[in-house]
Design a protein around this ligand. Sequence first.
Ligand code: 3HC
Length: 323
Amino acid sequence: MTATEATGLAEPGLEAHFDEVIAAEQRIEPRDWMPDAYRATLIRQIAQHAHSEIIGMQPEGNWLTRAPSLRRKAILLAKAQDEAGHGLYLYAAAETLGIDRAELTEKLISGRQKYSSIFNYPTLTFADVGVIGWLVDGAAICNQVPLCRCSYGPYARAMVRICKEESFHQRQGYELLITLMRGTDAQRRMVQDAVDRWWWPSLMMFGPSDGDSPNTARSMAWRIKRHTNDELRQRFVDMTVPQAEHLGVTLPDPALSWNEARGSWDFGEPDWSELKQVIKGQGPCNEQRVERRRAAHEDGAWVREAALAYARKRRSEGGADHD
Ligand code: 3HC
């Protein structure tokens, strides 16, 4: 390790080179010099993102045993497996920054790292599965497509694959909702009820408004984030309103109206105090989500131990780690 790496202070020229790479829209790779704060910001964001994918399996997982048909069950299983895969790509991207996945998991289950607020709400009916696909994955796509152009190579590359799968998730949610909307009055009411419960939390996924977002300016200067939270939220609303009309559901916001001058939709203010509470751990399901994650981690200890013992044995026998 060089003195620069140890202290985080740039040798002459290194910081200038880093700035030039960012300005030229090129990628920073794991072996490149980077400021400590850039590394810390990436670890924070990528870890939160990975944790969200893993915790995000729980709300929909709740319906795996009660899916209304074999087809719906197979789709939902595949989606939950995709989320697990996204978590893995993202933990792997975080590891290139010099942090261990076990440490990140420990930080999640001890409450020292965050995950997305959206996964702290309950899934009360099967329509929630459709609405999560449509709104939550829809919001995730708006937020994450620009991350494919993030300045840090491993994160940007992971996002390309993740976004392709998220688009598929959104389509399956919308298709499920269209099917329900063509069904009975009770099914249509179920969809509307789910939309009423998930709309505002979906808007909150984009984070606090720009004036209250301490990290945005620096993350944008480093080209980690490409747009502010409010810009992405607006993009999501503009994308979603026509889809809601096509579906035949009402978005629960009396302030929603077309702004001719701006060429986009005006909408109401999310309840920021609710977002703060949920982020602080006081949402409807925070405790349950983290507790389940902790239990799954502890229950899986023997699998990790067995895999490690097997890898050690193979190495001592001179074999490949995998063949
Ligand atoms: N839930 C929980 N915490 C949130 C949050 C939310 N919806 N929005 C913001 N926060 C936290 C931030 O992490 C930050 O806390 P920290 O400084 O302790 O880390 C604080 O609130 C202030 O917010 P900022 O806007 O200043 O923070 P960021 O610049 O990091 O922006 C973000 C927040 C927009 C969520 C950004 O981190 C981001 O784009 N992350 C990558 C995408 C991501 O993690 N998405 C989560 C959903 S995952 C998902 O969608 C899975 C899919 O399968 C559906």
